[in-house]
Design a protein around this ligand. Sequence first.
Ligand code: CP
Length: 309
Amino acid sequence: MTQEKDCLDLSNKSVEEILELVALAEAYEAGQKPKALNKDVKVANLFFENSTRTVTSFQMAEHNLGLSRFDVNLAASSVKKGETLSDTLKTVEAIGMDIAVVRHSEDGWFDQVKQEGVKLALVNAGDGAGVHPSQTMLDLLTIKQEFGRFKGLKVMMVGDLSHSRVVNSDAHVFKKLGMGLTFAGPKEWWNDDLKHYGKYVELDDGIKEADVVMCLRVQNERLDDKEASSFSAEDYIKHYSVNEARAAMMKPTAIFMHPGPVNRDIEIESALVDGARSRIFKQMKNGVFARMALLTKVLEANEWMEDEA
Ligand code: CP
């Protein structure tokens, strides 16, 4: 099996490859030490969009794997002078970086930079409303820890189905692993592409059946002017917020997830975020192990990691 030298999207990975990644993340969570590196691997973190979880857990994963880490301060960088993404990446490559972990608002930013000759290994930390592979990995790890399996589980995704890269990423991989998906949220945010993965349901119906209720953040920064002016938090809360009354309809074993950051009392009632069914902070912890697993595959594919421990 040829491994990819980048980590951009999980959708082209086989079930076996995904399960192997989950198993590696589980092993890291259980305390397995990473294999040694055969060179000083240098990684640049470039977050053109804001982040707390993804940036911090990539930093921790890089530390745990023994990588040399460089956090590029984009607010004070030459991006502000009009430098293109490709030129910024070619610059860090010229300076000696081996890997760039990039979050950027442009969907599929990596295709263009590759066409423009960027050569260093690329890790996608979220592209616009495209995909978020490391989020999908940590979501899978959280589900596996909870239920011990994927096949046959029912996952309901609730909220901003149109602008969320998490739903795009997760839906494809979850279906491939045999999970059943349903979607609820404002009809104007329904995304027809999701028909390939599951059906639209009313929240109050779907919530009774779900093993996992995954609330999606309202992506205020991605709403166009029309969407922003017609959005009513009051209406959203009434129809789509997961609250105590709706939680009471859930199966006793069902859990809440949310990629974060949470708009408390919008997508989910604040008390539930910290409650017994919530795995939201567990997801954040799992982000470190999931990202260690993804980076390990990049290191192996580039032959920067020893074969044996
Ligand atoms: N889930 C997620 O990507 O969170 P951050 O934006 O804080 O990285």
